[in-house]
Ligand binder design. Structure first.
Ligand SMILES: *[C@@H]1O[C@H](CO)[C@@H](O)[C@H](O)[C@H]1NC(C)=O
Ligand SMILES: *[C@@H]1O[C@H](CO)[C@@H](O)[C@H](O)[C@H]1NC(C)=O
Ligand SMILES: *[C@@H]1O[C@H](CO)[C@@H](O)[C@H](O)[C@H]1NC(C)=O
Ligand SMILES: *[C@@H]1O[C@H](CO)[C@@H](O)[C@H](O)[C@H]1NC(C)=O
Length: 410
C-alpha cells in the first residue's frame, strides 16, 4: 500500500519536473521572452490609472446605444461630459483662453489646430500618439492614404488636398473619396480613438458625415498628420484666418528613413518613397519652406528631428506642448512614462521609443547602400545636420555620432 502511494508520488514528481523542463526550455529558446500581444496589453492596462468614469461611459454606450440604431444624442451628450471631465483640471490660460467653451465650436468657440507634416517612416506614429494622448483631441490620421504612395508637391493635387484639410479642420466633411476609401480601410478611422470608440461598434458611424461633423465640433484640439503634403503648400493653411494652426515639421535622417522603408513592401514600387534623390529633394524643399515660414509666422512652425524626440522624449515632448500652447496633463505624462522608459518585471514595453532605434540603420545597412543614399542626400543632410559616414568601419563604430547641430537660415 505504502509502496503504491510512493510509486504514484514519484510518478507525479517526475511528470511535474518534465513539464517544468519543457516550459523552461521553451522560454530559454527565445532569449528575450516576449509576452503575447494580449499580455502586453495587460501590462499597459495595468499601468493605466483606473478611470471609473471612462469604464462606466464605455459600458453604458455599449449596452444602451448600439442595440439597434445608435442614439446619436446620447453619444454626443456623453462625449461632451467626458471632455469636460477629462479637462476639469486643465489650465486654459495656457491655451490663451478663459474656459473650455472658448475652444469648442459647438459653443461658438475656436479649437486649436495642430498639424504634423512629415513623410513615411519618420517617427510620426509616436508623435501622433503623443498628441492624441492629450484629452479632448480629435485626430485625423493621414487623410490622403487614398492617394496611394505619392507626394503632393504642387498643382493640380495641391488645391484639392489643401481644401480637404481646411474642411476637416473646420469639421466640414466634403471629401467623398475619403469616405469611400475609409469604408474599405477602417484603419483610416481607427487611429482617431475618439471617433473609433463609437464606430468600432457600428461601422457606419465612421462615415456618417453628419454624425462625425457634430462629434468633431465638441473637441477643443483638432490634430492631423499628413505624410504626403510638402511643407511649402502649408502656407495656404497658415494664411487662413479661420484656423488656429500650429505646424510641427518632423524630419528624420534619410538613412534611417530608408532602412525603415526596406521593411515595407508598398514602398519599393513607388519612386516618391523609394528613390533617395526624390526623398532628399523633398527634405531640401521642406528646409527652404521652413525658413520662409519661420520668418513669416515665427510662433506657428516648429521643426523637429525624430532623433531628438527619440533620444530625449520627455524634454522634447514638453517643448512641443509649450509650442502648441497645450497644458501638461496627467494623461500625457502617463503616455510618456509607459512609452519611453517603463520596464515591468524585466520586460520592456514594445511601445517604447528606445535610444537605439534612431541609429539602428548603422548596424543594419550595407555601406554600399548608405553611400548611395549619402550621394543623393549630401545637401539635404548638410542642411539638416546629419553627418556622413566615410566607410563601413567608420559607420559601424561607436565614435560615429550621426547628429550635429544645424540652423534654419531664414
Ligand atoms: C444630457 O445629459 C444631461 C446631464 O447628464 C441630461 O440632463 C440630459 O437630459 C441629457 N440629454 C440628452 C439628450 O440625453
Ligand atoms: C495657469 O497658467 C498661467 C499661465 O501659464 C499661470 O500664470 C497660472 O498660474 C496657471 N494657473 C494655475 C492654477 O496653475
Ligand atoms: C519631464 O520634463 C518636465 C519638464 O521639463 C519635468 O518637469 C519632468 O520632471 C520630467 N520628467 C521626467 C520623468 O524626467
Ligand atoms: C575609414 O575612415 C576613417 C575616418 O576618415 C579613416 O580614419 C579610416 O582609415 C578609414 N578606414 C578604412 C578601412 O578606409
Amino acid at each position: 500500500m505504502l509502496r503504491r502511494v510512493n510509486f504514484y508520488l514519484i510518478c507525479c514528481a517526475f511528470g511535474l519536473s518534465v513539464l517544468l523542463i519543457l516550459a523552461g526550455s521553451r522560454y530559454a529558446d527565445n532569449t528575450y521572452y516576449r509576452p503575447s500581444i494580449e499580455s502586453r496589453r495587460n501590462i499597459r492596462n495595468f499601468l493605466k490609472v483606473d478611470e471609473p468614469v471612462e469604464d462606466m461611459y464605455i459600458q453604458s454606450v455599449t449596452t444602451n446605444s448600439y442595440n439597434g440604431s445608435p442614439d446619436i444624442e446620447k453619444i454626443l451628450n456623453k462625449t461632451r461630459y467626458q471632455i469636460k471631465y477629462d479637462l476639469s483640471k486643465y489650465n486654459f490660460s495656457k491655451s490663451g483662453v478663459r474656459e473650455l467653451e472658448d475652444l469648442i465650436m459647438e459653443s461658438g468657440g475656436k479649437p486649436l489646430h495642430h498639424l504634423i507634416v512629415s513623410t513615411w517612416r519618420s517617427g510620426t506614429t509616436f508623435l501622433g500618439e503623443l498628441l492624441t494622448s492629450i484629452p479632448g483631441t480629435f485626430y485625423y490620421y493621414e487623410p490622403f492614404m487614398k492617394d496611394g504612395v505619392i507626394q503632393i508637391r504642387g498643382p493640380p493635387d495641391a488645391d484639392r488636398a489643401l481644401s480637404a484639410m481646411k474642411d476637416m479642420f473646420k469639421c466640414k466633411y466634403t471629401d467623398k473619396d475619403f469616405y469611400e476609401y475609409g469604408k474599405k480601410n477602417m484603419h483610416q478611422f481607427s487611429h482617431n480613438t475618439r471617433l473609433w470608440d463609437h464606430c468600432k461598434y457600428k461601422r457606419e458611424l465612421c462615415y456618417d458625415t453628419e454624425f462625425t461633423a457634430r462629434l468633431c465640433k465638441l473637441f477643443p484640439f483638432l490634430t492631423m498628420k499628413v505624410l504626403r503634403v510638402r511643407l511649402r503648400l502649408i502656407q495656404d493653411l497658415l494664411d487662413d484666418k479661420e484656423l488656429n494652426l500650429k505646424v510641427l515639421l518632423l524630419i528624420r535622417d534619410p538613412r534611417g528613413v530608408m532602412e525603415s522603408r526596406h521593411h515595407r513592401s508598398w514602398c519599393q514600387p513607388a519612386p516618391d518613397c523609394w528613390d533617395p534623390s526624390l526623398v532628399c529633394a523633398d527634405m531640401i524643399s521642406d528646409y527652404v519652406a521652413a525658413g520662409r515660414l519661420l520668418q513669416q509666422y515665427p510662433d506657428r512652425l516648429m521643426v523637429l528631428r525624430y532623433e531628438e524626440l527619440a533620444l530625449k522624449p520627455n524634454v522634447t515632448a514638453h517643448r512641443i506642448l509649450k509650442f502648441l500652447k497645450v497644458d501638461n496633463t496627467p494623461q500625457m505624462s502617463e503616455f510618456l512614462q509607459t512609452h519611453t522608459n517603463v520596464e515591468v518585471a524585466g520586460v520592456s514595453s514594445t511601445y517604447r521609443v528606445s535610444r537605439d532605434v534612431p541609429f539602428r540603420w548603422k548596424n543594419i545597412l550595407d555601406f554600399d547602400y548608405v553611400e548611395k543614399v549619402q550621394m543623393a542626400c549630401k545637401e539635404a543632410m548638410l542642411l539638416w545636420g546629419y553627418r556622413l559616414a566615410y566607410n563601413a568601419t567608420h559607420m559601424r563604430s561607436k565614435d560615429f555620432y550621426p547628429l550635429e547641430d544645424y540652423t534654419i537660415s531664414q
